[in-house]
Structures are given as C-alpha cells and as structure tokens.
Design a protein around this ligand. Structure first.
Ligand code: PRX
Length: 667
C-alpha cells in the first residue's frame, strides 16, 4: 500500500476530463437497462434486500437441477458461499439450455484462424463436440474434482476442452500459450493436474510456435507423476514426439465416443476453474472460481454491460488463457445463446487492418478489446492509410468495449470516433481475474460516458474508496478501492493457500470482510464516477497482462551472472506500462557493447523462465541499487529514473547516492 501517493498523483491528471457522451437515444430505447432511473432502481433493490436481489436473478437466469435454498452463507467469511445447496452444471447451462430454447441451428462460434480460414459451429455441433470430448476424458478416468491443465491455441477445440471439463465436473486450469515450460510446470504441479490438453503447435502471425514440445519439457522438470495423459489437438501437423501410454490425439480420443454425455450435477460452489495470476510475491496464485455464482455473473454482465440481443455478433478479442477469455468467450456468450467470433493470431497480421476486416466480414455488432491493441492500431493507421479503419465498413457495430488496463482519453476518443463513428457507446469495463466479471462499467443504454472513467459499479456491487485505515473517503479524494459486500462471482480462495487469500484480499486492518481490489481509485466530485489510478501493490500491467515485479526479479536473479535485481514499471505509449529492470551483476558493471549483449541474454533468459510477455523492455546496470542505510531498495527513486526524470526527492537517507547516475542509462 506504499504506493498510494503515486495513485493519488496520477488521479489528478484524469479528474480534469469534462467531456460527457450521453447514450444514443435509439440505443437507450431498446437497452436491457434503459436510463439511469432503471439503473438506480436496481441498485436500490440490491441495497434493500441483498440476498433477495441475487436469489431472484439466480433463479431467473440459471437452470438448476436442484434449486438452492441458501443464498449466501457468510459463516466462514471471507470464504463466502453462494447458492451452495443448489445443483447445476455450467456446460448444461451453456449448451443444452440453448438446444431446448431452439438455438440448435444458430451459429455459436465463428472461428477465424491466423491464415484467415473460417469455421462456423452451431450450438448443436458444439454440444456434440463437447459431449464426445467429455466422454473421451471420462474414458481416461478423469472425474469430478480432478484438475486438468489446458495449454492450447485459440481454437474451437480450446473452448470445447474447457466446456468438456465443466461437463464432467473436472476443474480446468488454462495456461496462456505464451508461458514458458517452467511457468507451465509450476502451474501443473501447484494445481496437481491429472492431464494436460494441448496442441502440436500454435500459429501466430504466420509463424508456427511449439506447444507440445514445451509440455514435454515441462513434464520432465519433476513432480509431475500425477499427470497420466497428454491429449493433443492437431493444429498444424508439425512434427512432435508421442510418449506411448501417455500421449494421444484428440481426434483419436473422440472418434468412437457417444455424443450423449449426461452432465455431472455439481454444487454451485464446485470449482469450475483455477486461473493463475500474478500477485505481489514471486509465486503466481491460483485464483479459484465457483460454478453457479460465476456463471450467473457471466450471464448478467453479458446482458447488462453488453446489452446482448439474439441478433448480435459478439467479438471479444481476448485469449482463453486470461480471465477475459474465460468469462467473455467460453462461458458468458454461450450461456446467453449468442453468436460469437473467436480469432487466432495477432491484430497486426497479415496487416494491422485485421480487426476491422474481420468486423466487416463477420458483421460484428459488439467489439471488446484492450487499450494496448487500440493504441498500436492507432499508430498503424497513422502510418498506413490501407489499414485505417476508414477503409472498412464498420457499420454493423453498435457497441464497443475496453478491458484490462486504463484507457487514456486520446485512445478513447479515437476508438469512439474512428471505430464507433460516434454512434457506439464504449463500455470501459473495470474488473480483475479475482472478480470473475465486470465490476464497474458504464451501462450502454443508461450511463453518460466520460473518456477514461469506468463510471459506476454494476447493480449489486458495493464498491467504495477508503483510506489506509479502512474509512470511507469523500469524492475527489484518491484512495484504496474496495468492495464492501461479497458478490456471487468473486474469487473463492487461492488454490492450496487459503491464508494468502485471507491476508491478501481481506486484510484484518480493514476488518477482514472487505475485498481489497489491489487498485487505487478516485471518484469525481460532481458525478461520483470512479477512475482507476493504478495498482497499489507490486503488480505491473503490461499490454493488459498482469505481471508481478517479484516474479521477474526472481527470474533475473536465477541467472548465474546476476547478483541482484529490482523491477519497476515505466509508462509506455503503447503497452500502458513497460518493464524496466535494474540489475547488479556478480562481476563488475558492464558498459557499451558488452552491456547490450548481456541485456539481450537476460531478456531471453526471462522469456525462457516466465514467457516472452515478461521480457524487460529496458535493463540498466549498476554497481549497486539505491538503498537506505538499513538496506531497503528505494523503488520510488527507481521509478523516477525509469521515467527519465530528474530526482527531486530527498536522497539524504540513501546509503549510496552516487549509484543513481549509473542507473540512468538503459540497454
Ligand atoms: O489494475 C487493474 C487493471 O487490470 C487489473 C486486473 O488484471 P487481470 O486480473 O489480469 O484482469 C484483466 C482483465 C479483467 C486491475 O487490478 N484493469 C482492468 N480493467 C481495467 C483496469 N484498469 C483500468 N481500467 C480498466 N477498465
């Protein structure tokens, strides 16, 4: 929480924004939540009868095999339980329910591969695939409660694998395909996986990248005895090795399986998935989510935030390796019977017009992406008129969304004018891996928009801003973002580490029952709108990807040449934040070409230890790091140096002020 001052400072930059964009009248007229009165009425309902509010929504929006009687159980707070005695199945709610509603022949997924090939899958076909694969998993002996790691490219098969796990009550843990063998291994071991589902290779920007080879390497790193099988989806046909008795092709596994698979009815509290994310310590944490409460929120946010209608073509550009891909690709859109686009590849291949070309081709109506992607496409459009959105027919769009990091007002305005053509509301959705779904966001048919603000909490979400003693702060004063009541989609625990869950998210200093989001925020004096001012812990947000500074530091010091390392974030025009590492070697400080060469070696080392997303953009070498006389690294100063600014702070407590000059030079 030491960074609260930083948060307050940056808040002063954003609170000056005064442009307001009311929802277009035609949008508001047909919206699920139409007008601010409707929004306030729902908030009131939640405040008046909190459990009644959620119980009604859970009964109306989910299929229950056995209805729940208890709504919220707070006896073991902060280990809250929602709808626990109700029995349900997530995959049944996403697929079978749609068949019953007559959506069988509706397209569920429009998949576009890296090379542009398009595959369309109806709800009936998806149901068929999921049931066959679920039976295949069962034939391997995988049952309810087992954990399965999924390390797959963006594909229909990736969605099928997740849904199939849900169908049989196995808990999945998806690992993003950009993580290294070591990161994958760490997750396989921590979660205690009995199987890994992967592909031979993945394709990104025309390049074939290994997946199975990395799984093989991960499984040689020890403690993986629980893994009995590796199931491989053939994406490219690239050469791989098969270990007899352990490895099998997905196609062979499903070949003779029945397309009927009775779902495993599980308690609403049954863990649907565990997703690893970065925290302030070196070890990633396995965020455990529920089945019933989680799916309820995926459905409600699809309806409220995205105003989803049967005619929509919804496109979330995230990867299934992140929470956005879980909630707004695999579960939310399917549970509301939408047609969704799933894409493989990158926004800049075959050129930076890919997104706009796909919107035009598939007539996307709702488009949801990250500010980093928008910022890089602005640059590309400025540089090349052929990929400028003006070249494309984007008239199908009616709603835009942003996720994962703050969107700067300039990028917001470009998105609004050039992609939405001034007709599409933008929902700037603030949430986290831990929250399961959106927490604060404009409602497109109700909330007047302010660029750079996630505006107000959704009905039922009790967000507030408090000081370091947990007391409410008035509007206009920056502080710590908290949520005062539990909500159905919240994190249930950290897999295998309930103490870390309690201490990290529900600290005693705040009474032990208030969820601490990890971000700073400020509310506008007049509108009460929230603006997120950034993380208040040692977590960085690079291109919308969460990275722990300690994770990167641990990777660096594992290199034989490195004695000490400190990592800080540095503002970056495209990626939001960039990783800047200050490194002390076991030998003398390198300079010139040698420094450059060692910096490259260290970058590649980090890519191998964690994954390419963790590569420091800048590395600076010093004979030491700036430390207080008691030996504490002064990160505050490193942040200033990383920004290239002059240090104006008091450095009198510094043991070694001369070191600061050395650390100005980036490699
Ligand atoms: O700092 C906030 C930022 O991303 C963090 C959560 O990262 P992760 O768990 O990876 O989930 C990303 C996808 C939901 C938050 O603590 N963040 C997320 N959305 C926004 C945001 N910051 C500002 N505005 C947002 N809309």
């Amino acid at each position: 929480m030491s960074d609260l001052n930083t948060a307050q400072n940056s808040a002063s930059d954003v609170k000056a924004e005064s442009r307001i964009f009311p929802p277009p009248a035609a949008f508001a007229a047909n919206a699920t939540i139409s007008g601010m009165d409707a929004y306030h009425a729902m908030c009131k309902e939640a405040e008046t009868d909190y459990e009644g509010f959620w119980a009604k929504l859970a009964r109306e929006n989910l299929h229950w095999h056995k209805p729940f009687e208890t709504v919220l159980d707070e006896t073991d707070a902060p280990f809250y339980k929602w709808f626990e005695d109700g029995l349900m199945n997530v995959s049944y709610n996403c697929l079978d329910v749609n068949l019953q509603k007559g959506n069988g022949d509706k397209v569920a997924v429009i998949f576009e591969a890296d090379g542009g090939e398009v595959t369309k899958v109806t709800y009936k076909e998806l149901h068929h695939k999921v049931c066959q694969f679920a039976n295949g998993l069962k034939s391997l002996g995988i049952t309810k409660g087992d954990r399965v790691v999924i390390y797959m490219p963006m594909s229909v098969e990736g969605v099928v694998a997740m849904q199939a796990c849900a169908r049989i009550g196995a808990t999945h843990s998806v690992v993003f395909g950009g993580f290294s063998a070591k990161s994958l291994h760490e997750r396989i071991v921590d979660v205690g996986a009995v199987a890994v589902i992967t592909a031979d290779e993945q394709v990104r920007g025309g390049k074939h990248l290994p997946l199975k080879v990395i799984v093989d390497e991960a499984l040689t790193l020890g403690d993986c005895e629980k893994v009995k099988n590796v199931v491989i989806y053939k994406r490219t046909g690239g050469a791989i090795n098969l270990t007899a008795g352990r490895d099998l092709w997905m196609n062979d596994l499903v070949a003779n399986q029945s397309a009927v698979c009775e779902p495993e009815w599980v308690s609403a509290e049954h863990p649907l998935f565990i997703l690893y994310t970065s925290g302030s310590t070196g070890k990633p944490k396995g965020v455990q989510h529920s089945s019933g409460g989680y799916l309820l929120w995926a459905i409600l946010t699809m309806k409220w935030t995205f105003d989803i209608k049967p005619s929509d073509v919804f496109w979330c550009t995230a990867d299934i390796g992140w929470v956005t891909g879980h909630t707004y690709i695999t579960y939310g859109p399917l549970a509301v019977g939408a047609t969704e686009i799933v894409f493989e590849g990158i926004p800049t291949f075959p050129n930076a017009g890919r997104f706009w070309d796909m919107v035009e081709k598939h007539k996307a109506t709702i488009f949801y992406t990250a500010p980093t992607a928008i910022r890089s496409l602005i640059k590309a459009a400025d540089a090349d008129a052929n990929v400028h959105p003006a070249k494309f027919d984007l008239s199908s769009l009616r709603l835009l969304g942003s996720v994962g990091e703050p969107i700067n007002p300039e990028a917001w305005m470009w998105y609004y004018n050039n992609i939405g053509r001034g007709n599409c509301p933008i929902v700037d959705t603030f949430w986290q891996t831990e929250t399961g779904g959106h927490m604060m966001t404009p409602l497109p048919g109700a909330t007047p928009l302010v660029p750079g603000s996630c505006t107000l909490p959704l009905p039922g979400i009790m967000s507030a801003i408090v000081d370091e003693t947990g007391h409410d702060l008035p509007n206009g004063q920056g502080g710590i973002l908290v949520v005062k009541r539990p909500w159905p989609a919240m994190i249930r625990t950290i897999w295998g580490d309930p103490e870390r869950f309690k201490k990290g998210y529900f600290p005693e200093e705040f009474g032990g029952k208030i969820y601490l989001a990890g971000d700073g925020a400020i509310r506008n004096k007049d509108t009460g709108y929230f603006t997120i001012t950034g993380r208040i812990d040692d977590v960085l947000n690079v291109s919308g990807h969460r990275m722990g500074t300690m994770e990167i530091e641990s990777a660096l010091v594992a290199h034989p040449l490195v004695a000490e390392a400190a990592v800080v974030g540095k503002p970056d025009d495209t990626t939001g934040e960039a990783i800047c590492a200050f490194v002390v070697l076991k030998r003398s400080r390198p300079i010139g070409d040698e420094a450059k060469q060692i910096a490259t070696e260290l970058r590649n080392w980090v890519a191998k230890e964690i994954g390419p997303i963790a590569k420091p953009k800048e590395i600076r070498f010093g004979d030491n790091l700036p430390k207080t006389r008691s030996g504490k690294i002064m990160r505050r100063l490193l942040r200033v140096l990383a920004k290239g600014e002059t240090i104006t702070q008091d450095v009198s407590t510094l043991e070694n002020p001369a070191i600061l000059d050395q650390l100005k030079e980036a490699q």
